[in-house]
Design a protein around this ligand. Structure first.
Ligand code: NDP
Length: 319
């Protein structure tokens, strides 16, 4: 069976490609620059790549760019979307590629009768960013939606990009009768296959590379291999539908630092919070739907350790 992965060189997508090849699929991998070895070498060396991996050049902002990669595929995993926090021009660097890019990919899917399902990589950023109380007794689940007006007010442009992209995708899928499933991961950690440092792995690197303070922030965390598996299960299980939050653990950055200090007792870690305010509270995220895909979440400590080991191995971590 032939499937397509958009943004295949990225952190999450590389693991999706690896698992798809392991499972015997023929994979069409869309990348922006197929001639850049930093974006493709780690894919080309995967088991099965020689026989069953095909690279396609496609930019989210070029209309029709995904037509040839998608035509003839049974499933499209749409992961490509910029994930940056500090951007000078959010409209052109985040919002347009996320929203127009998603429509562009879905348009190609609508044109190809071979496509039976689309698996969209959304985010908990599209689920929980609203003004509802989030405290340890609150359970966030797939019925929650982020509030774009709140994201605008808070100038959370990445959150806004994912919220608008998912919303646009559901509307378009409904209109065109596309069978779509969304995966909504929290901050993804775990070993990197790609050589470039991605934003969520950088959040861990920042804590271990000599920072004086940790941010007063609480995040959901999840292992990249669990997220990749969830994508594939969402395709292979015919009854999968709607959205799937994939969050292994919710933890404040102080807890991440504490876990790191247990794993690496001699490591210099930030001792103080970046502000004097009370810690942003934790909350829960329902695991029920994810479990129905057969996902058993990797323990947070294991993911964290393997992230750090990988950051050391790749020369990012300076200890
Ligand atoms: P990466 O930065 O590693 O991957 C992003 C991918 O998107 C890259 O392959 C990148 O291509 C591609 N891309 C960006 N802009 C364009 C464009 N204009 N045209 C074509 N491709 C483009 O990040 P992740 O793997 O972390 O993110 C993948 C997806 O997962 C995104 O949709 C992200 O929003 C989502 N996500 C990530 C989470 C995380 O914690 N990592 C959490 C929740 C959701 P190139 O390599 O050429 O730049």
């Amino acid at each position: 069976k032939i499937v397509c992965v958009t943004g295949a060189s990225g952190f999450i997508a590389s693991w999706i490609v690896k698992f798809l090849l392991q499972r015997g699929y023929t994979v069409r991998a869309s990348v922006r620059d197929p001639n850049d070895p930093k974006k493709t070498n780690h894919l080309l060396v995967l088991d099965g790549a020689k026989e069953r991996l095909h690279l396609f050049k496609a930019n989210l902002l070029e209309e029709g760019a995904f037509d040839s990669a998608i035509e003839g595929c049974e499933c499209v995993f749409h992961t490509a979307s910029p994930f940056f926090i500090d951007v000078k021009d959010p409209q052109s660097l985040l919002l347009e590629p996320a929203v127009k890019g998603t429509l562009n990919v879905l348009n190609s899917c609508a044109k190809s009768p071979s496509v039976k399902r689309v698996v969209l990589t959304s985010s908990v950023a599209a689920v929980s960013f609203n003004e509802r109380p989030q405290t340890p007794d609150v359970v966030v689940d797939e019925t929650w939606f982020s509030d774009p007006e709140f994201a605008k007010k808070e100038q959370q442009w990445y959150v806004l990009s994912k919220t608008l992209a998912e919303d646009t995708a559901w509307k378009f899928a409904k209109e065109k009768g596309i069978d779509m499933v969304a995966i909504n991961p929290a901050m993804v950690i775990g070993p990197l296959l790609q050589p470039a440092l991605n934003t969520s792995a950088a959040a861990i690197l920042n804590l271990i590379n000599g920072a004086q303070v940790f941010p007063n922030l609480t995040f959901g965390w999840v292992d990249v291999r669990d997220v990749a598996k969830a994508h594939i299960q969402a395709y292979e299980i015919p009854s999968a539908s709607g959205r799937y939050c994939t969050v292994g653990r919710v933890a404040h950055c102080s807890e991440v630092v504490r876990t790191l200090s247990e794993l690496y007792p001699s490591l210099q870690l930030p001792q103080k919070c970046a502000d004097d305010k009370p810690f942003v509270p934790t909350f829960q995220v329902s695991k029920e739907k994810a479990k129905s895909l057969g996902i058993e979440f990797t323990p947070f400590e294991v993911s964290l350790k393997e992230t750090v080991e990988c950051l050391k191995e790749k020369g990012f971590a300076s200890f």
